[in-house]
Design a protein around this ligand. Sequence first.
Ligand SMILES: CC(C)(COP(=O)(O)OP(=O)(O)OC[C@H]1O[C@@H](n2cnc3c(N)ncnc32)[C@H](O)[C@@H]1OP(=O)(O)O)[C@@H](O)C(=O)NCCC(=O)NCCS
Length: 153
Amino acid sequence: MNIVKMDASHISQIAEIEKNTFSAPWSEVSLKRELDNDLACYFVAEDEGEVLAYGGMWLVVTEAQITNIAVREDKRRQGLGTLILKKLLEEAKQRYMMGVTLEVRVSNEKALSLYTKNGFVSEGVRKNYYEDNEDAYIMWHYFTDPESEAVGI
Ligand SMILES: CC(C)(COP(=O)(O)OP(=O)(O)OC[C@H]1O[C@@H](n2cnc3c(N)ncnc32)[C@H](O)[C@@H]1OP(=O)(O)O)[C@@H](O)C(=O)NCCC(=O)NCCS
């Protein structure tokens, strides 16, 4: 199993996982567009050409925003979600981001547990964020302390 940058060969399998996982899945077209997006960075866990998990983010000025992260259904709870998340955090840190943020459904206990274990804290709620009106927690993982930066102003 290797963690590699997403390329065109991964798109159809990722779209399939999206379809099986999310109520508003990303299409192949949207995923392909990310390959030409200079702000986007996606990683894939692959094994002999099979996509097992993936995750991506947009690096916007000093903030990295995780757009999606998912593990193929038959490969869950084997540490792959953690591997992809850690890879995204490492890359964001190397690219001098001040922190990483994401939105997650308030009912998504598995993902909430994954994020909390990896240093994310909830900093607020976006009401009715999803198409079915469920709320989202806004979570952050900071590399630098935002309070201490403010002191210098
Ligand atoms: C959330 C998700 C990415 C986790 O990936 P995973 O590879 O299964 O997770 P890991 O094996 O790395 O587990 C890491 C931690 O996540 C939590 N977790 C994962 N699966 C869980 C489950 N079925 N029940 C409870 N906690 C769970 C646990 O805290 C786990 O740590 P532990 O094994 O030490 O208890 C995966 O369940 C998934 O693809 N879900 C659907 C897509 C999704 O919800 N994405 C997030 C959108 S914001």
